[in-house]
Design a protein around this ligand. Structure first.
Ligand SMILES: Cc1cc2nc3c(=O)[nH]c(=O)nc-3n(C[C@H](O)[C@H](O)[C@H](O)COP(=O)(O)O)c2cc1C
Length: 270
């Protein structure tokens, strides 16, 4: 299937949050958008038993429902020095203190082959995770190709190796945000019904972060407008982040009176 390419929007824009006038306890039906959203629930729910559902259907449902996902573009090196690159979207930050991330590697469909990324991480312990920005998503996408072992992903991708300071695996120079990681732990995930391991969760300690100065804002945070991170949805669908909004955190101190009034009114209804 071929997909036409539409160029990225010229700029990222900030807008008001949805329902910016929302108040404590307010029902979703209070706004036209909320009422429209709840109209959909008249169709009811399909409840899927994840223990008996067809594996392909279950996969499709989960990867499209647990979305958008960030993508880890993982650079590893084998014991004999072969460099490998592959995208992994079962990926996330686990904690900031200590800085830890997770990547989940499945076996091949027939369960016989563990992926090069996992094998390399287990043997050489170090790897880099490079966050993909929109201008080079096509370069990264090609690295999930099922090419024979003698075909290197770096060459295919056209991406540039930049030496790491702490681990042997290089980082991707085109990435505006790369992390050098050391293997902290691998956790095999067995199927509860068969005890067969089809997936391994990798926990990595983040040792160094390389962030491009031009994507940082004055608070030392990454500016999504400049970073243009790519999100993965279900199947071959990806998404760009073109619009953002801030939502203030509620504090008890600021809102105690209003919340107590609401709680008082609620208990007097009983
Ligand atoms: C965007 C994207 C995300 C992916 N995420 C995962 C993932 O989280 N876990 C996984 O096992 N495979 C994932 N894959 C498939 C691997 O990238 C693919 O199997 C790759 O060939 C593995 O390479 P390796 O054997 O060099 O590690 C993903 C593929 C793409 C295109």
């Amino acid at each position: 299937m071929s997909h036409s390419y539409q160029s990225a929007p010229a700029s990222f824009k900030y807008s008001d949050p949805p329902n910016s006038k929302w108040t404590f306890g307010q029902k979703i039906e209070a706004t036209p958008e909320g009422r429209e959203w709840m109209e959909g629930s008249k169709e009811g729910w399909k409840t899927v038993d994840a223990t008996t559902e067809d594996a392909r259907q279950l996969y499709g449902l989960l990867v499209s429902g647990i979305a958008p996902r960030p993508i880890a573009f993982v650079s590893t090196i084998s014991e004999d020095g072969v460099e490998n690159l592959a995208p992994y979207s079962w990926f996330n930050q686990v904690s900031a203190f200590p800085p830890v991330l997770s990547i989940s590697c499945t076996r091949s469909v027939d369960l016989t082959r563990i992926k090069d990324t996992l094998r390399n991480i287990k043997t050489t312990k170090g790897f880099t995770v490079n966050i993909i920005s929109e201008p080079w998503i096509a370069h990264a996408n090609v690295c999930s190709i099922d090419a024979p072992e003698d075909i290197g992903e770096w060459l295919l991708s056209g991406l540039t190796k930049e030496p790491s300071v702490h681990v042997k695996a290089p980082r991707v120079k085109e990435s505006a945000f790369s992390m050098e990681c050391e293997l902290l732990q691998t956790i095999d995930i067995p199927d509860p019904a068969t005890s067969i391991v089809a997936t391994t969760l990798v926990l990595g300690s983040i040792k160094y972060i390389h962030v491009r100065n031009d994507v940082l804002n004055e608070r030392g945070m990454v500016d999504p407008a400049k970073f243009k991170p790519v999100a993965r949805l279900g199947g071959t669908l990806y998404a760009r982040i073109a619009e953002g909004y801030h939502l203030d955190r509620h504090t008890w101190k600021e809102h105690e009176t209003r919340i107590r009034e609401l709680a008082g009114a609620d208990s007097s209804d009983e």
